[in-house]
Write a protein that binds this ligand. Structure first.
Ligand code: NAD
Length: 216
């Protein structure tokens, strides 16, 4: 980690991607400067906070001029790019898992699926979307420094695999299986159940139809 970044308070760091997106858009539009008022309206952060945040970046706005878009952009690029990439492992290279391996998450954020595991010998040893597929028996050998795992195995396998992941030091699991997995308190599980999402969409359509905007 570099020292400069450590000095930025956490709350400020959290707003960085937000600022970055907006400043990037301005840059694409050919704008050279931006005032803290404009920024404040766009990102919904009050301008005093913006001024304080930006002072950490060494960007001191000038009265009547605002901030230099080019400078801010290069600062954000440098700082955000230097964020460590979070290594992700994917378990279960079937229909869903294969689709994820082909999807380039890195384009949008700093996570990267670095390795995948499956029990099927026909898949082991292959590379999908540039990601090597190892045998699930060798999970523990490969998982060093891997913080996050995506679970796309059959639901009957989910709990057993989860226990091995936790044992191997994984601290976050994105669970796509319908199984409700049990983990120790310090492990974070996010559960994505597409059928529940779909059902809920249908339910909302039926019971809470959106109305077209009309003058009252
Ligand atoms: N396909 C979908 O649209 C979809 C949608 C929502 C949820 N899901 C859920 O996601 C999971 C995967 O779905 P799918 O359609 O990709 O299934 P799939 O059968 O195509 O893939 C499962 C993969 O897991 C592998 N596997 C089996 N046991 C394993 C183990 N012990 N360790 C490692 N790998 C193992 C299989 O060899 C296979 O490659 C399921 O739990 C499913 O319910 C799938």
């Amino acid at each position: 980690m570099n020292n400069e970044q450590n000095k930025i308070p956490q709350a400020t760091a959290k707003r960085l991607p937000l600022y970055y997106r907006f400043i990037n858009n301005l840059h694409h539009q050919g704008k050279l400067r931006v005032s803290s008022k404009e920024l404040s309206d766009a990102v919904k952060v009050d301008s005093a906070t913006i001024r304080r945040d930006f002072s950490y970046f060494g960007a001191l706005g000038k009265k009547g001029y605002g901030y230099n878009v080019e400078y801010l952009l290069s600062f954000f690029r440098k700082t955000l790019d230097q964020d460590e990439v979070t290594k992700v492992a994917l378990i279960g290279v079937g229909n869903l898992g294969t689709a994820f391996l082909h999807y380039n998450f890195m384009k949008n954020n700093n996570t990267k699926i670095e390795m995948a595991f499956d029990a099927d010998p026909n898949k082991v040893g292959s590379e999908i979307g540039g990601v090597p597929v190892y045998h699930v028996d060798d999970l523990e050998d490969h998982l060093q420094n891997t913080a996050v795992a995506i679970l796309t195995v059959p639901s009957t396998e989910a709990q057993g695999i989860t226990e091995r992941l936790v044992e191997a030091g994984v601290s976050g699991i994105l669970n796509f299986t319908p199984a409700r997995i049990t983990v120790p308190d310090h492990i974070r599980v996010h559960h994505i159940d597409l059928s529940v999402e779909l059902q809920s969409l249908v339910y909302f359509l039926k019971h809470y139809p959106l109305e077209e905007e009309e003058g009252e």
